[in-house]
Design a protein around this ligand. Structure first.
Ligand code: CTP
Length: 396
């Protein structure tokens, strides 16, 4: 794809991998992008302005107080089609998440409405630090693209997740963001996420390990594509997403009630919640003494997907999930697709705790016409885009 001279701002954070952005810059200009490089002051310890000026063919400044008459952060922010920050340090993630603007780059970010793509690269300890994890969640909930760092060798002998990805990964993401169109405008997308909890007594419950990440990723991606999005979330700790109506529920019965209210006016249902199949027959309002526990008698929960699919009107599209373990997984997922009366099912093998809670996924998208698409290991954001591509295709 030729970029037709689109203007890109390339922010450079202060990390060892800053030199890799020289390759990124080269490849972006090969594709016809016009790039203004905005390094942070600390990044100049790794790569100096001369390199960026030579490669971009433009004057480079890290200084908010130069050319003050033209207010550079405002004019730069206005003319760009997108901002990429690569590498993004943990410090930059924190600053952007909390709206701090104390240099040229962070002022541009705050003054801009264009898509922002962050490319974190740091030591695994910093990437996994709970402060960084929370900042990344906040940024994603605002629609900012945060590319997953790659796993591999870092500075010295360290190994883990934190590596700067290949330039092609960043460029693909940029082109996806720039070409993403509002193809769900006028459509309502209903998404369920998380895992239901079924009360045993005042403090105990039956639950599962679903984090809600996949459902939240679908909701966010649908909103970005112009859909009206309603999210029914069960017990997820993820923050609400701006612009998306989120109903918080606890049990399968509550989830069914909410979905039944929203489904008739929806065009697409993506049922990614992990619904408990059973609930305790008696739900005690007091905390039971442990001496009374010998067994918990359970009764079946409603099958939400089957209930909604049986009531659907023409033109509504339903996608389910099947988290399986064992060698019969694909067959069982296919059976669920048929038995529940839905249009497609995303099968993933969750043996050994894989996928639940992770930012990554892999599996098969099986549609009722027999088409099977293999999804090799990818982010839950990418799977969200794939599911919505499928939905828009089918909706026509
Ligand atoms: N589902 C549902 N209502 C339930 C159970 C599951 O709507 N009571 C939905 C899930 O949200 C998912 C799909 O059905 O989209 C498959 O869920 P899964 O738990 O894999 O299947 P079950 O029907 O519960 O079958 P089993 O647990 O026997 O494998």
């Amino acid at each position: 794809m030729k970029s037709q001279g689109r203007e890109i701002i390339l922010g450079i954070g202060g990390g060892v991998s800053a030199y890799k952005s020289a390759d990124l810059l080269r490849r972006l200009s090969d594709r016809g992008y016009l790039i203004s490089v905005v390094p942070t002051q600390s990044s100049l310890n790794f790569v100096g302005t001369a390199t960026w000026e030579a490669l971009s063919g433009r004057e480079v400044t890290a200084d908010l107080w130069r050319n003050i008459s033209s207010v550079p952060h405002i004019s730069l922010a206005k003319k760009a089609s997108a901002i990429i920050i690569a590498p993004t340090t943990a410090n930059l993630l924190a600053k952007i998440a909390s709206g701090v603007a104390d240099d040229l780059l962070t002022n541009i970010v705050l003054a801009s409405k264009v898509p922002l793509i962050l490319v974190p690269a740091m030591h695994p300890e910093m990437w996994l630090n709970s402060a960084t994890v929370a900042n990344v969640q906040t940024l994603r909930s605002r629609g900012i693209v945060v590319i997953e760092p790659e796993v591999g060798r870092l500075t010295g002998s360290d190994v883990g997740q934190g590596r700067y990805p290949e330039s092609s990964v960043i460029i693909d993401e940029l082109e996806r963001v720039l070409s993403s169109k509002a193809d769900l405008l006028g459509k309502k997308v209903l998404v369920s996420a998380g895992g239901t909890r079924e009360a045993i007594d005042a403090v105990r419950y039956i639950a599962n390990a679903s984090s809600g990440k996949q459902g939240y990723a679908v909701a966010l991606a649908a909103a970005k594509r112009g859909a009206e999005v309603v999210l029914v979330a069960a017990n997820s700790s993820l923050p609400d997403i701006e612009g998306i109506t989120t109903h918080h529920v606890t049990s399968a019965d509550e989830m069914l009630r909410k979905l039944e209210q929203e489904f008739p006016t929806s065009d697409v249902l993506v049922m990614s919640a992990a619904v408990a199949d059973f609930k305790p027959k008696a739900q005690h309002e007091v905390k039971l003494e442990k001496s009374v526990f010998s067994a918990i008698e359970v009764i079946a929960n409603p099958d939400i997907l089957s209930t909604l699919a049986a009531a659907r009107r023409q033109g509504q599209l339903i996608i389910g999930f099947a988290a399986q373990t064992g060698s019969d997984g694909v067959k069982m997922a296919q059976a669920k697709l048929v038995n529940k009366g839905i249009d497609a099912i995303y099968f993933n093998d969750v043996s050994g705790g894989a996928i639940f809670g992770s930012d990554m996924t892999e599996g098969l998208l099986i549609s009722k016409d027999g088409q099977i698409t293999t999804i090799s290991p990818t982010s839950k954001d990418t799977l969200a885009a794939i599911l919505l591509d499928y939905a828009t295709n089918k909706l026509g």
